[in-house]
Design a protein around this ligand. Structure first.
Ligand SMILES: *Cc1c(COP(=O)(O)O)cnc(C)c1O
Length: 372
């Protein structure tokens, strides 16, 4: 433990220590199996059980009913930018509506344009994605094929606090960076997708939760491996799935259920952590300037600027010297980004808060000295 730092990476990101320890303990031999998870067939009874338990874990945490299927895919959230319109839009005359709330939403709509007609229901580019639409702010097309959202924009640090009303249109959501960080009412969604490497494990597996009736939209001209029906029919195993990533996802589900106490508790824990940092921003007299507007700032990715880039560089390097790493913001926003996903301990956030307070004070002292 002594040499683990507090890792604020946006993803792949920090994992819960008990999950890492269990994976380590079982690395050479799964209990009762005698082989590593890395060595067993994806068609073995041992992996059957791991996959079934992972699906059951997700169903339990998110209270997913029989109307929705859960499948595991590869290709990351990025492949879903393409698969969603391939399966839900291809060949249709209606439009897919997109709310462009940050870099990921902007990337998603580009792929949809290749498959059919799209409609921009809202675009935050004009203010460099520092906000979300106000109540009723989505300008939907008459009968959208679906409405696409990004629940948490990982780069800008803006997060929807609740779903907008989209009428009867299927709601499709890229939940990559806040999946399993809070409860969601899955029954309100047509399709949810999330890569695992932010809150739900490691890279390699992408979770797709989709309403069964939407499977009827997929056309027979789709390549087999890009057709959701294939993954439903084959139980996520039309070919070799990312077995280790599925195993870790299963451990994460169990950790949230047994150690945290479920998604309500997870959400409270995450909001409390984020609050520690936003309180510093709000009380800093503008020294730390948050990127996102207060009403939509993210509990996952806290983004802010300092008065100038030289100070930001110092802030990052002095933090690293204290074991607080990977705090540099994305180049499109600049400044600092602290990603404080599920597995970031409170102690890590408290250490960052203390660094922020100490750094602000030393900058003020240096300014006073220079003015003399
Ligand atoms: C990380 C991320 C992605 C990209 O995920 P990949 O697995 O790298 O394709 C897409 N959307 C959001 C919101 C993300 O946070």
């Amino acid at each position: 433990m002594a040499d683990r730092v507090f890792n604020f990476s946006p993803g792949p990101a920090v994992l819960p220590l008990p999950v890492l320890e269990q994976a380590r303990d079982e690395m050479l031999a799964l209990p009762g199996i005698g082989s590593s998870i890395l060595e067993i067939s994806h068609r073995s009874p041992a992996f059957d059980r791991i996959l079934d338990e992972t699906v059951a874990g997700l169903r339990g945490l998110l209270q997913i009913g029989d109307d929705h299927e859960i499948v595991f895919l590869q290709g990351g959230a990025s492949l879903q930018f393409s698969m969603v319109p391939m399966n839900l839009l291809r060949g249709r005359s209606d439009k897919a509506d997109y709310a462009i709330t940050g870099t990921w939403g902007a990337t998603a709509i580009k792929e949809a344009r290749r498959e059919g007609a799209v409609h921009v229901a809202w675009d935050g580019a004009g203010s460099n994605y520092d906000r979300l639409p106000d109540r009723g702010g989505l300008a939907l097309s008459p009968r959208p094929a679906y409405v696409h959202l990004t629940s948490n924009e990982t780069i800008q640090g803006v997060q929807w606090k609740r779903e907008p009303d989209v009428g009867d249109a299927p709601l499709v959501c890229d939940c990559s960076s806040d999946f399993l960080s809070r409860p969601i009412d899955v029954s309100r969604y047509g399709l949810i997708y999330a890569c695992a490497q932010k809150n739900a494990g490691i890279s390699g597996v992408t979770v797709v939760i989709l309403r069964k009736d939407l499977l009827e939209r997929s056309r027979d001209d789709l390549p087999r491996m890009l057709d959701y029906r294939t993954f439903v029919k084959e139980g996520s195993r039309p070919n070799t799935p990312p077995t280790f990533a599925v195993y870790i996802l299963g451990l994460i589900c169990r950790w949230i259920r047994d150690k945290i106490g479920g998604l309500e508790a997870m959400a409270r824990h995450n909001a409390a952590k984020a609050g520690l940092l936003y309180d510093v921003l709000d009380a800093s007299g503008g020294f730390y300037a948050g990127h996102a507007r207060p009403d939509c700032r993210s509990d996952m990715n806290v983004t802010f600027r300092l008065p100038d880039e030289a100070l930001e560089k110092q802030f990052v390097s002095q933090a690293a010297a204290k074991g607080l790493v990977d705090l540099k913001g994305h180049r499109s926003v600049g400044g600092i980004r602290a990603s404080i996903y599920n597995a970031m301990p409170v102690a890590g956030v408290e250490a960052l808060r203390d660094h922020m307070l100490a750094f602000m004070e030393s900058a003020a002292t240096a300014r006073t000295a220079a003015a003399r």
